[in-house]
Design a protein around this ligand. Sequence first.
Ligand SMILES: [Mg+2]
Length: 264
Amino acid sequence: MSETLVDRYDALLIDLDGTVYRGSQAVPGAAEAIAAARSKGVGIRYVTNNASRSPQMVADHLVELGFETSVDEVSTSSQAGAAMLAERLPKRSTVLVLGTKALEAEVLKRGLIPTDTADGAVSVLQGLSMDLGWRQLAEAAVAIRGGALWVACNVDATLPTERGLLPGNGSLVAALKTATGQEPLVAGKPATPLLQQAAKDLGANRPLVIGDRLDTDILGAVNAGMDSLLVLTGVSTEQEAQALPDEQKPTYVGADLSVLHRLP
Ligand SMILES: [Mg+2]
């Protein structure tokens, strides 16, 4: 049997929105292409910058859309952000959490103590919450100015919704950058911690990063030294990929995930 694209890899690190689903619709053929890869023994991870939903909520959504998966196959930027703190801080360190209950839960899982004020906070972990206001940003500014370690789950400038592009976590990170003159460490794509953690969890030596965005998924793969597949079911186009300098181009471009099972 001839070698297909997926046979070159031991794991797939797969983006969600624009890659396996669009809004409330699964991308046609995506579930089948991923199931066929899994049946060949290839490790599967759904890797998302979204830090507002818990890994369980992400898995439930995928199952609802017809994907055979479970929470073990989901890696979120909130998990990666909390892991970055746990690597750098002593156990039971106090972390000011700007974000949802799901983000707070990841902090607790890592043996760290979430708080909502600057008092005693040695670190700030920032993910998107739609309830975030000035007072919480002010607490974070005090903590960061006082030397707290600042980690952003992602720096996505916008959040695509039915009403158009709304402010994403990166826009709120920008407010704190302006207020403090500091830069956070970043977990999500195009930074490398989220992708590297997902590959490590799978024990993968040859992971393939799959996504629909050149500026997050593909650039993240380039930064992490991993091969990548741009699928044309979401944001970026083939023309945009061709216009990039060679070292930033995706390894492969495909109409959709079915390209995994063809000859490269
Ligand atoms: Mg995407």
